[in-house]
Design a protein around this ligand. Structure first.
Ligand SMILES: Nc1nc2c(ncn2[C@@H]2O[C@H](COP(=O)(O)OP(=O)(O)OP(=O)(O)O)[C@@H](O)[C@H]2O)c(=O)[nH]1
Ligand SMILES: [Mg+2]
Length: 245
């Protein structure tokens, strides 16, 4: 099973090298057949050049200038258009996600799971240095989503997740151009009939670079996509559910 890692990156010159190196080391040590695709769009720094230097020595790594307009959702979707693996993990460029967890996701996919959702809020998870306001908002939003979807999972808003290729196909067409893609993917996967497993993960606040998430601009977009998937689930008579294998 080939495993693709898609990393959206905007102005992550400082963080991207340790992030990619950490992934390559962990995946190599675990003997995983992998590719790493870093999707850059409007970076004004040397993000792509830094990735290209790693790529020169490791053909499994490449940078991709997004073929979509700028934006987190657009960038991830560009990566999802071009990955070649049987499954894909979406990993942040800022070093917040742990390479060991990326390998753990692969093992869960190997066991046959269709989606692997990490949670920072279950026994065994570790969270360090989560900004206070963000944490409070996070818990409110994730609890709301859990009440609406009754899927029994409490970290829907975290983008770091893995999916088999069929799930990405089922979720098309993807609509979110911004950070709201982080909830569109898992909610559609669940609403359209895919199975998932939850694993505890560790998360560390970025050590370098700056945050790109502007919560004020995202609130209504998150609400839009949550309501969209909810309406689809309740009103569309199953028209968009996965085709049974
Ligand atoms: N290509 C691309 N990548 C983006 C864009 N916006 C964010 N990213 C990347 O998406 C990932 C998540 O963005 P972050 O800024 O870390 O958002 P966050 O995790 O909510 O904020 P932090 O508190 O800074 O960690 C990072 O790898 C960013 O480089 C964008 O418009 N285009
Ligand atoms: Mg981050």
């Amino acid at each position: 099973m080939k495993y693709s890692i898609v990393i959206p990156a905007r102005d992550e010159e400082e963080a991207i090298v340790p992030t990619v190196t950490g992934l390559v080391d962990a995946l190599g040590a675990a003997a995983v057949d992998y590719e790493v695709i870093v999707v850059d769009d409007a970076s004004r720094d040397g993000t792509a050049a830094a990735v290209d230097r790693i790529a020169a020595a490791n053909p499994r790594v490449r940078s991709h200038r997004s073929h979509n307009p700028p934006g987190f959702g657009f960038a991830v979707r560009a990566g999802l258009d071009i990955f070649t693996g049987d499954a894909v993990a979406i990993v942040m460029a800022d070093g917040s996600d742990s390479p060991e967890d990326v390998v753990a996701y692969y093992r869960a996919l190997e066991e046959g799971h269709e989606c692997v959702f990490g949670s920072r809020f279950v026994r065994g998870a570790r969270v360090s240095d989560y900004p206070r306001t963000k944490l409070v908002l996070n818990r409110i939003v994730n609890t709301g989503i859990r009440l609406l979807f009754r899927h029994g999972y409490n970290d829907t808003t975290n983008a770091f997740k893995a999916y088999r290729r069929e799930v990405i196909d089922t979720a098309q067409p993807l609509l979110s151009n911004q950070f709201n893609l982080t909830v569109e993917l898992p909610l559609k996967a669940v609403a359209r009939g895919h199975e998932f497993t939850v694993v505890p993960i560790s998360w560390t606040n970025r050590a370098a670079g700056s945050s790109k998430l502007k919560l004020q601009e995202m609130g209504s977009r998150y609400l839009f996509i949550v309501l969209y998937v909810l309406l689809e689930r309740h009103l569309s008579k199953g028209d968009y559910r996965r085709r049974q294998p």
